[in-house]
Design a protein around this ligand. Structure first.
Ligand SMILES: [Zn+2]
Ligand SMILES: [Zn+2]
Length: 279
């Protein structure tokens, strides 16, 4: 599998000279199977450039939404394959107790928030609720599970015959846990993340920021490392950077993370970065 980061920012896009190296676009990651299967993880503002790159090259694309906070869907209406009648677009995402995925997405993809109704998109659109049984898309298998974050939110585990990528961009496994982490079986996200080759995980805050934001649904860089050690992953990508963290702040946070000598490489989530998994 090839993994490419198109947007790594959390909460709100933060473009500008001070964030140019890590990137200002919100969450979007491309996963491409060896058989050409294309998965898109979240539809933050990073999806616009991905859609432009995909235009005219795919017949099917699957967009896997972790949840429907704006930083994960804001780019959806600007995703070029949605406007191509020759493309099958499947969107997967969590329902709520009140509405199915279509009802929830329609709240954004309709006036006054967006000029085009979801039902008027020219592509061949299919919507599917998650979590559910493991899926097979091309040669990739996809598992999903609810994780700790405000509102229905899932994490995804994508397995190819040769490797596993796990995506947990918004996740607060330390919430309500004294001396995090405790036993794996009681830890949010553990089953979906265990033994991943590549874990892309929430690392929004430093320790001081977290102290006043407990329950907001995010992790510190240190908590992301502790979670990754518990799950025995092989490579960690800190992701979903706070919009207030400029490149220098992120350099410092990641230097501190590496200085703790975790038993795996730590590669910053930065726009344009690619990873080869299982090769
Ligand atoms: Zn988010
Ligand atoms: Zn969120």
């Amino acid at each position: 599998m090839k993994v490419k980061i198109w947007g790594t920012r959390g909460s709100l896009a933060a473009p500008g000279a001070d964030t140019a190296r890590y990137g200002g676009n919100t969450s979007c990651v491309e996963v491409r199977g060896d058989d050409g299967t294309v998965l898109v993880l979240d539809a933050g503002t990073g999806i616009r450039a991905l859609g432009a790159a995909l235009a005219g090259t795919v017949r099917r694309v699957d967009v896997l939404l972790t949840h429907l906070h704006m930083d994960h869907i804001q780019g959806l209406g600007f995703f070029a394959p949605l406007y191509d009648p020759k493309v099958d677009v499947h969107i997967w995402g969590p329902c709520s107790p009140m509405f199915d995925l279509r009802g929830r997405l329609m709240r954004y993809l309709s006036p006054p928030l967006f000029p085009v109704h979801l039902r008027d998109l020219p592509c061949q659109l299919s919507l599917h609720g998650v979590p559910g049984p493991e899926l097979a898309i091309g040669k990739l298998r996809i598992a999903s599970a609810l994780v700790c974050h405000p509102g229905p939110t899932v994490g995804y585990r994508i397995s190819s015959p040769r490797g596993v990528v796990v995506y947990l961009p918004d996740h607060e496994p330390a919430l309500g846990v004294r001396d995090f982490p405790q036993q794996p079986q009681w830890t949010s996200g553990y089953d979906i993340a265990a033994h991943a080759d590549l874990l892309i995980h929430d690392a929004q805050y430093d320790d001081d920021e977290y102290a006043s934001r407990v329950g907001w649904g995010h992790s510190t860089v240190e908590q992301a490392i502790k979670f990754a050690i518990l799950a025995e992953v092989r490579h960690l990508v800190p992701f979903h950077h706070d919009p207030a963290h400029d490149d220098r702040k992120l350099d410092n946070l990641l230097d501190a993370a590496r200085a703790s000598n975790p038993p795996f490489p730590v590669s910053p989530g930065a726009e344009g970065t690619t990873f080869a998994v299982g090769e």
